[in-house]
Structures are given as C-alpha cells and as structure tokens.
Design a protein around this ligand. Structure first.
Ligand code: FE
Length: 200
C-alpha cells in the first residue's frame, strides 16, 4: 500500500491524463486509486443510459461556472470526477454538468450559490468537482444532485449516492445504479461516476 495522494494531486493527474490520452500519468497512483481512475469510461458498447431521479425542492437555475466549491463551506474534502459519454460509450465534449448539494450540516444554500455550480466537460468528456461530502438531512440518505446535458441534448436530472452509507437502505429514492466508486485520498475522498446520456 503506497502513500495516498492528496485530492489536488489526483485531480491534476486526472486532467493531465485527459490531454495526454494515456494511462501513463497514473503510474504514481496506489492500487486503489489506479482502479478508481482508469483513463477510459466504465461502460461498454451498448450501455444503458444513466437513470433519472427527482430534482428535489432545492434546485436553482443559472448556477455559476465553478468547479471548486471548497471556499463555499467547511467539511470533509470530496473530489468528484468522471466522464460524460453516450450510449455507445463515446465521450461527449462540452457537456454541461451542474452539481448542487447540502452542506456538512445538511442545509442547502437557497439564497446564494454556495455548493452550487456547473462546468463543461473537456475534449475527452471529463469533469472534476472539488467540494465536500454533503451532510444528512431528515428523510434522505447522503446524496449529490446533478444535471447533465450533451450540447443540444435533453437534460438528465439525477442524484449520486455513497457506497456503504447506512441510510441507503432506508431511502425510498436511493438506487444502487447511481452509486459512486469512492476511494480515500490523503486529505479526504475521491468519487468516480460516469454519466451515460441518451443522445443520438
Ligand atoms: Fe437533496
């Protein structure tokens, strides 16, 4: 077991790989992180599209272009990474990924845009958010809210879940198809989820 990298180092390697297009940049990863961060999407030739879920009561439109939420709130550092691909597993460049979630106390910012932001995938269809793990609030297990949209395509609204979370079994909305792969970094956690969009 090697020394764990910081989330910043992992995110930098993730983005560097996208411009180099090879697995070589992952040589310094320990085994768990290398498994989390393969430079290819985790899907096959005829992939089921990522399922939709309710947007919930706290969505706000016109979020800022923002991938780093760390100055928005205190909490356990969490880096969310992945691809946006089509159903043939081809990466989609310029796809919108909009993330919003509760703070560590389980509260949403409904007056401003703390812990809310969107970005566009890079030329290899990748996104990275630097944020915190959301807290729990009554009635729900731990989750992120996401909207994803290919250029000119329909908006997918869904949620992402945490493995080994006790509340998953008690949450009627939870769906295991929306579980992230999560690994420990030196200073928090890194979660991977690849979105599959139903585009022509
Ligand atoms: Fe929520």
């Amino acid at each position: 077991m090697g020394d764990r990298l910081t989330r910043r180092a992992i995110a930098a390697q993730w983005l560097a790989a996208s411009s180099m297009g090879a697995a070589a940049p992952f040589l310094t990863f320990d085994a768990a992180q290398a498994q989390l961060l393969p430079a290819t999407p985790s899907c096959g030739a005829d992939q089921a599209a990522t399922i939709a879920q309710t947007e919930g009561p706290f969505f706000k439109s016109t979020t800022p272009l923002k991938r780093n939420f760390r100055s928005d709130a205190q909490g356990e550092g969490f880096t969310l990474i992945g691809f946006v691909v089509d159903r043939r597993c081809r990466p989609i460049a310029g796809a919108l990924v909009d993330l919003w979630h509760a703070d560590a106390q389980g509260a949403y910012d409904n007056s401003g845009y703390r812990l809310r932001g969107h970005q566009l995938t890079d030329a290899q269809g990748r996104y990275v958010f630097e944020t915190i793990a959301p807290g729990l609030y009554p009635g729900r297990t731990r989750h992120y809210h996401v909207k994803a949209q290919a250029p000119g395509g329909r908006v997918l609204t869904t949620q992402l879940y945490f493995p080994d979370e006790p509340g998953n079994r008690r949450d009627g909305i939870f769906d295991r198809r929306l579980l992230m792969k999560v690994e420990n970094a030196a200073d928090g956690k890194v979660g991977r989820f690849d979105f599959v969009l139903n585009v022509a």
